[in-house]
Design a protein around this ligand. Structure first.
Ligand SMILES: Cc1cc2nc3c(=O)[nH]c(=O)nc-3n(C[C@H](O)[C@H](O)[C@H](O)COP(=O)(O)OP(=O)(O)OC[C@H]3O[C@@H](n4cnc5c(N)ncnc54)[C@H](O)[C@@H]3O)c2cc1C
Length: 385
């Protein structure tokens, strides 16, 4: 073990959207905050890179939206077109009570995460990059700080925030991390250049083996492709080969991509779903994917990371309950939507219903856009008589 621990009020492990947002908010409260990340920013992250309007509102509150806008490397989108295997389509979009449009944002994680790190720094948080945490250390049943991989150095904090993603070292070291049996899927991400995308929406194309999301990242033909499919035999396999097989289910998109060029380096990650037995306890809190992740189809990962940070900073003592209240209803709705995603005939039926049930379609869009809370009876109003 290393020598004397260095002391902070808050140590955040992970400077992704969850960690940087939490660091910015705690630092804004005047706390002494340290953020550690094993990577150096800008760094890539496997993600389809689409942020719901609810997430965009939080980026605005954090001052990160302005930073992103200054780069010009982003694309505002009206929504996502969902297409079932039979070709039935529905455009998920976001309309307020006066039918005014809210927009989602498609932005590279290189740009997004750097903007958030800068927001945290601007609020006074100290950021240490290229530093890996291997877990927490405890005394008298309370988490007291973080142990670094290098030479087992110990840092001390009143609160350790585990915002270190799907394979959270903090959650692992506390014995809280688990893998649900369902769904067991892998995600693949590729970037293409030179693909014209005049549509002001992205696409989610459902196939027999999974689904593919496509969205433009700028006005110059940069496109992100996210493919999610069942884990083959529980193993990841070759990401490039799996991408090729997955795209074969979507010849229209494959043709469109063939006019551009793959920028190389298909990123793969799986299994995607993970959970945490609890998200807070004496001296620690888990945030973002470290607190649990389900599936990217409904695209709320970044929103949950950012909103979770707001909940933690505002309700430190009652964080777990605040999360449950805020995320619970949508989580249940998203699980029902996942059943539809796996049942093409049910998806066709639901898309058909959305054509004639405008009020339900509008509510669904706003719930998926994280602009209004979810109500479970929404699904019944969609598929019921
Ligand atoms: C295929 C795929 C597509 C997705 N598409 C979307 C989408 O379109 N929209 C959306 O909203 N969400 C999407 N998501 C989900 C989204 O990417 C995550 O929910 C989001 O990144 C969570 O943010 P986070 O800050 O919790 O974790 P991350 O963004 O993963 O950040 C964690 C950080 O912790 C650091 N770290 C990890 N371990 C350590 C350690 N031991 N020590 C120090 N640092 C460490 C990492 O370097 C990283 O910077 C997608 C996910 C996948 C897998």
């Amino acid at each position: 073990m290393g020598g004397m621990a260095r002391r902070y009020e808050v140590i955040v492990v992970g400077a992704g959207p969850a960690g940087s947002a939490a660091a910015a908010l705690f630092a804004e409260q005047g706390r002494r905050v340290l953020v550690l990340d094993k990577a150096r920013f800008p760094r890539p992250k496997p993600c389809a890179e689409y942020i719901s309007p609810g997430g965009v509102n939080i980026l605005d509150r954090l001052g990160a939206l302005e930073r992103i806008e200054r780069t010009g490397q982003r694309r505002w989108l009206r929504g996502m077109q969902v297409r079932s295997p039979s070709g039935a389509c529905h455009l998920v979009q976001y309309l307020d009570t006066q039918n005014r449009q809210s927009r989602g944002l498609s932005v590279s994680r290189l740009v997004l995460d750097l903007a958030l790190v800068e927001s945290a720094q601007a609020q006074g948080a100290e950021i240490r990059q290229g530093v890996r945490a291997c877990g927490v250390w405890k005394q008298d049943g309370r988490v007291r700080g973080v142990v670094l991989s290098q030479a087992g150095e110990r840092l001390e904090a009143d609160l350790v925030v585990g915002a270190d993603g799907l394979h959270s070292a903090v959650a692992h070291s506390l014995g809280l991390h688990y893998r649900p049996l369902w769904p067991r899927r892998l995600g693949l991400i590729a970037h293409f250049a030179g693909v014209t995308w005049p549509e002001d929406y992205g696409q989610m194309l459902l196939g027999q083996r999974g689904y593919v999301g496509a969205a433009p990242l700028d006005d110059d033909g940069l496109l992100t492709i996210g493919l999610v499919r069942r884990m083959p035999g529980g193993r990841l396999g070759s990401p490039a080969a799996a991408l090729e097989v997955g795209l074969a289910d979507h010849p229209d998109l494959a043709r469109r991509l063939s006019r551009g060029r793959n920028l190389g380096g298909v990123m793969g990650i799986g299994p995607l779903a993970c959970g945490a037995q609890k998200v807070a306890g004496p001296g620690f809190a888990l945030l973002g994917d470290a607190a649990g992740f389900f599936d990217p189809f409904t695209g709320e990962g970044i929103f949950r990371a950012l909103r979770g940070a707001e909940l933690l900073a505002a309700h430190l003592e009652t964080y777990a309950r605040a999360r449950q209240r805020t995320f619970g209803p949508k989580q249940r709705l998203v699980a029902l939507i996942q059943i539809m995603v796996q049942t093409p005939r049910l998806m066709d039926f639901a898309i058909d219903r959305l054509r004639t049930r405008a009020t339900v379609a509008k509510e669904l869009g706003n719930v998926l856009g994280d602009l209004q809370p979810a109500r479970l009876d929404l699904i019944w109003r969609l598929i019921g008589p």
